[in-house]
Design a protein around this ligand. Structure first.
Ligand SMILES: [Mg+2]
Length: 239
């Protein structure tokens, strides 16, 4: 029986092309940092290296933020304490401008209202490479803000000890929710990052994908697939 639903965020609850968003985000960050740090290119290079270090975190015991900090700050020769006010300013004043690159998915809000009304536990299971504010802002853009939806868990880099697609990521969220994997349903758009690892961890999985897209041959099958609107219908039929 499904008791908890894990929602990926980008291209599941919010239309957000990573091909557009990531370069815009990095460009904006480089421009912002240029007036505070002498080598913005090196800053971004080390940021990407620290991101790779987080992507390798398969449940080491350290949070993703601790992994990031240990790689990033020594490389740029600054401490978190020195840089924290800048990050805070960036996320408060620049990051919101990226909203124009995204589009809400109309069914996201009524779907979220329905799953809460029907007693499911709900986790936001985006890859935990970002601080919580970056996730909260994107949830607001998607029309499902934390102020209105009391999510049981949001997988930000401050709290997670693993990243997708490591099995430890999915186990950690199930543990936090107090659920066995077979009581959890992962809803996500990426086969390799969301659907396959969730199935391998023993969860159910619904694949958000376009019509006519097939899972790779020889692998497991998702419990369902389609658009987010299709998923809303699917979960309603299950009750
Ligand atoms: Mg996604």
């Amino acid at each position: 029986m499904i008791r908890a639903i894990l929602f990926d965020l980008d291209n599941t609850l919010l239309e957000n092309s990573m091909d557009t968003f990531v370069p815009a985000y990095l460009g904006m960050l480089a421009e912002f940092i240029a007036s505070h740090y002498p080598q913005p290119d090196a800053f971004i290079r080390h940021l990407l290296k620290a991101t790779d270090a987080m992507l390798a975190n398969a449940g080491s015991g350290r949070t993703n933020q601790e992994v990031f900090d240990a790689t990033f700050f020594p490389a740029i020769g600054r401490t978190r304490e020195e840089m924290e006010p800048l990050f805070a300013e960036f996320y408060a004043t620049r990051f919101p401008l990226l909203r124009s690159l995204t589009r809400p998915i109309p069914v996201a809000r009524p779907l979220m209202e329905w799953v809460f009304a029907h007693g499911y536990q709900v986790a936001i299971a985006t890859n935990s490479l970002f601080p919580r504010t970056a996730i909260e802002q994107r949830l607001a853009w998607a029309g499902v803000p934390v102020e209105e939806f009391p999510y049981h868990f949001v997988a930000s880099y401050e709290v997670m000890h693993a990243t997708k697609p490591h099995p430890a990521y999915f186990r950690e969220i199930a543990d936090v929710l107090g659920r066995a994997p077979e009581e959890c349903l992962m809803v996500g758009d990426e086969w390799q990052m969301d659907v396959l690892p969730a199935l391998e961890a023993g969860m159910h999985a619904y694949w958000i994908c376009g019509a006519g897209v097939e899972p790779p041959a020889g692998g497991p099958s998702p419990n369902g697939r389609g658009t987010l609107a299709d998923f809303a219908k699917w979960i309603r039929e299950r009750g």
